[in-house]
Design a protein around this ligand. Sequence first.
Ligand code: GLY
Ligand code: MN
Ligand code: MN
Length: 441
Amino acid sequence: MTEALAQAYPLHMATLRQRADAALEACGRDQLVIAAGHPITKHLDDQDYPFIVHPAFKQWLPLLDAPGSWIVYTPGKKPKLVFLQPQDFWHVVPESPTGYWVDHFDIEIIRKWPDARKHLPANPDRCAILGQPRDAVEDMIPNSPQPLVDSLDYHRAYKTPYELILMRQASVLGARGHRAAEAAFRAGESEFGIHMAYLHAISQIDAELPYASIVGLNEHGAVLHYTHFDRTPPEQSLSFLIDAGASSAGYASDITRSHAAPQAEEFQALIEAVDGVQQKLCAMVRANQDYRQMHLEAHHMLAGVLRDQGFIDMSPEAAVEEGVSSIFFPHGLGHSIGLQVHDVGGFLKNARGEKTAQPEGHPFLRQTRTLEPSMVCTIEPGLYFVDMLLAQLRERPQAKNVNWERVDRFRPYGGIRIEDDVACTEGEPENLTRDAFASLG
Ligand code: GLY
Ligand code: MN
Ligand code: MN
């Protein structure tokens, strides 16, 4: 794996340099400076929140534990890493740089963070400086010029072969965790116990995950961002929704699976129908496919499932048109993924920062771009029985088209989401998630 990364890294660097050149031209600056950032200290405390490195920093090199470090890129020159390695006997300090990437940088090691200033460019006015204002060192104050940010964010959607290797790796880790989580569910563990089984299987702690895991038993599956973790199992675990990913060198996977207990056959049938829809949508991840259309198509397909399985008695077209499908599928079809689980640039039409809006009535869709080879997006349709939304539907004229008895019977199952990470290619889509599960045997 390391060999494959080492081989792919030079092209990755060449791509980043080209992108940086174009972005610097767009904002009329000469050098790109990226702050890794600093940990945030808790209010009135001497403890820090977990350090999260700037995504633009970790795209250049696989260093996640580098607070106070900087990258300087000058077109035509080898990039420089100003690496903070404090002498500190209280903490584990960042390890000395090693690995396939070090020869691609001129590395300056510093012991105190203000010492970075003398290794950064002389004139900050000529620099595009990425970071937060709090990362400033003397006059090197992050300015994040919008034309540069737009250009970098737009291009970030196109993953290099190096990035795809890391995302496949993150997917394999995630799939391993999901297998362990399903086993823990079937063994009757609590949500907390399932989460522990997941973390153990992937050997990552919460702070290393790309997002907070959602581990919901029974009706908790209806809470879209349920991150509570009950410590005791319910009397009967009928259903289980887990949305959990993993990180590989700072690249994310984002995977959701839904499971039914053996006695919940009717819910299993609904899971299988949603799975069928999900796989059809995954097959649509092809060059020139408008993602907005896919989202609308998902609504039509899911409305078809609701009708076929006896929850509603209206046509899928009417269910979508009249907002009934949105009651059961209230979120977007998915999003771009990579350095961040919800990667930036989902709405960008071009590198100049023009945006494409969501289709009317679909404010939660996070990506409106037309797909092209080397983009990676999630495909995550779902059907949920959310009390608050169902109560709204009961007040509307379409309430007469709903089989409320059946809906009520399904409330204890919570909901279903099935989510894969899919790469668009020149031909067939590459489903990173399904490939990862398959690789586990
Ligand atoms: N886990 C966050 C999401 O699926 O978007
Ligand atoms: Mn997602
Ligand atoms: Mn997810």
